[in-house]
Design a protein around this ligand. Sequence first.
Ligand code: ADP
Ligand code: MG
Length: 931
Amino acid sequence: MAFASHNSKNGLHASRLDRPLSVNSMKSLASSPTALTPTSTRPKSAAPGSSSVQRRNGTGAQKSGKDDSGVSGRVRVAVRLRPRNAEELAADADFADCVELLPELKRLKLRKNNWDCETYQFDEVLTETASQKRVYEVVAKPVVESVLEGYNGTVMAYGQTGTGKTFTLGRLGEEDCADRGIMVRAMEDILADISPEHDTLTVSYLQLYMETVQDLLAPERDNIAIVEDPKTGDVSLPGTTLVELKDQKSFLELLQTGEANRFASNTKLNTESSRSHALLLVNVKRSAKNKQEKDFVIHNENGNSVHVSKGHRVPTIRKSKLLIVDLAGSERVDKSGSEGHQLEEAKAINLSLTSLGKCINALAENSPHVPTRDSKLTRLLRDSFGGTARTSLIITIGPSPRHRGETSSTILFGQRAMKVENMVKLKEEFDYKSLCRRLEAELDKLIADNERQAQAIFDGEEDMERKLEEAGTRVAEAESKLAAALEVISKEKQRQQKELVEMMQNLQIERAHRERLELELRENVQDLQDKKKILEPENIHKEELSDLKQMLEKECELRQQAERELDAFKREEKKLTNGITEKNDIGEIWVLKKRLEQELLEREKLEDEIKSLKQQLLQVHVDAEERSRTIGKGSSARSSGGSNSTISLHTPSNMKDTINGQRATIAKLFEQVGLQKILSLLESEDVDVRVHAVKVVANLAAEEVNQEKIVEAGGLGSLLTLLQSSEDETIRRVAAGAIANLAMNETNQELIMAQGGIGLLARTADDAEDPQTLRMVAGAIANLCGNDKLQIKLREEGGIRALLGMVRSRHADVLAQVARGIANFAKCESRGAAQGYRTGRSLLIEDGALPWIVANANNEASSIRRHIELALCHLAQHEVNAKDVVSGGALWELIRISRECSREDIRSLAQRTLNASPTFQAELRRLHVTY
Ligand code: ADP
Ligand code: MG
């Protein structure tokens, strides 16, 4: 199997990536100390005209001199001279060698005769003493190194038979390793350099004899065809044995086998091995890593481009061939033919060699036609001469002058071969098979990955679907929960809104209620202040005190009188005791004694009373002083509700405090003396005593704590009796005041009414002229007017009428109480109407109160005006009274109140009232009053 067929047989459609020899490889070639280096000088010694150094187109020496590191690779030629053999030593003993070597000048002198010689320049001149090692290193080693780098290489020996071609190339050196020839040494170097794992080394050994190629490793293959690739021009020998070598030993065996077969074959065919060419083909296939990382395009043999992406680094392999050719002897045919061969046969034997000579000539002369196809040898060596291989030729010559012609011929052949320029190129191929395998592996992996991913996606989709379903369920649940929650929220919202509305309503009611209460409170405060005025307790107290003083003085007088009487009695008794003898009237004395004792007891009793009264008086003064010091301190207000609240008399004045102190003293007195005794004094025959007593009771009645006790003890009845029966103005006034005070209490109000109090008060109101009496009476009725329960009865028994009758007095204090009473009544009516138990027209209006109300609504006295304003607002609040209000002219007052009233609450009440009433609104429209 031929080396060139190896590629196609492996099915690798290799596209050759030709590239020039690398600089490095050239350098290594050039730097080799034994490399064949062409001389840079012309052989000056050469005789003129005898241009034995033949150069083509004059470019020879200069060009070759510059070729050391060039990409072009000229065929290197070395000459080796064989030492004289035994025969020559004997036969030519008297003759000088026909050649003289000048190895240091790399020149050879060929003697023509004794006086003339020709000098030839060679790349290397190896003397007869040159060692095999040196010959290898100079001739073959650079080529071997080049082959190991991926270039084709040829080492060839040319020369006459017996000059040492086989010695130079094929010596095995089994006996003496120094004899090892180029083949063995080359193989040693190759085996040492290649990697057994990655590189392959195959060898073929052939013989070319009479244009027949024979496999020396399989001698039966004796007609091996030469096949040329029409595109690349590669020559291959399909069918040749291709032995893969791993070690030197097997190579030596191979060589031995080949030599043995060659010898046997020649013997059998009766041929001479010297007439045959032996060709050792060494194929080196080395994998080389392509460092190229970028995308690149390569072209396959069909001319199609293949894009190779980065990351898919194409492994490259370098295939190189080393061809070592032991040529047949170059001696002339006729000469050899003289040894018994037929001429034709001889011609055939040397056809290849002749053809080689012609080709080299043509190449040397740069002829356009190189007849490489004329012979099988030239076909096989097509790459070695004028091709891309690095070629080294060693010509072997013998020293004998007898063969001077042959030697000269050999030298000329070598000289011409030196002119042959090869273009050394690297044979590098992309290892598509390997790439394909790798890509297939990657593809398989990707397919597997893809399948797994697809499955994972499928699983993921299923999982996702399941998750989506779950999520959907959860969303549905959440939605239903949300809907339920929204419903709850909506209901809650509705409920809250309802509550809010209710609360708003309640708030409005509460607000109205509060306003009413506030109003009432203010009225009550005012009321109490008015009451205070009615009662004028300070006056009462003053009178009380003076009364007490008078009583005391009286008592003192009585005592003094009693003392005087007692003294008179004592004196009488003494006189009687002294004159008893004369006028003894024992009975009279006893009587007198008894009277005296009685008088004494009476006196002690009186003295005790006086003492007590004095203490009381003293206490009164002390308290008064004390109170005057503590200003602003009093008892707190107490409210019993309604319009009849009472407020203890307290004003931030010394006088008020003094009164309180006095009242407290009276209270003590009341405790010590006893209520019953005081009340009994109301019926005393003595007017003065009655006056004093009623004043004390009135004063006590001003205190709420005493009111119940007074009523329980029948004080109310006594007071009413006094009011009815007493002719004394003072008693009636004070009694009315006391009743007014008692009328502050709701229970008492009912009792007063039950005991006919209103009738008595009304009569008093009719009869009395004294404004203070009228004030008291009006105050009492005003208090009763504030009781919701008593309104009808009060009115039926003439209470309103009596109240209105008292306005005749014109006294401001009286009018104020009347106004208060009307306001109280109107307020109760309003409250009753608001609460629904009072319907119908106002009883005040029924009893004709409206004209006075209208007349006094703008009274300059604020105590009157305020009550009237309030009363009017209460009356106007109810639509049932609206017409009377309008007809009575009260509307204008109401408008005035709504605009001018100093009290904000009354003002706003008037405004609300005006706005709320359709009657008023209609009237206002009718009157074109813009409100
Ligand atoms: P060729 O192959 O050219 O016909 P060989 O290699 O057979 O010649 O050599 C012929 C003889 O000469 C052999 O005996 C060989 O040993 C001997 N010989 C050739 N060259 C040398 C040399 N350089 N030194 C010693 N002996 C040599
Ligand atoms: Mg030989």
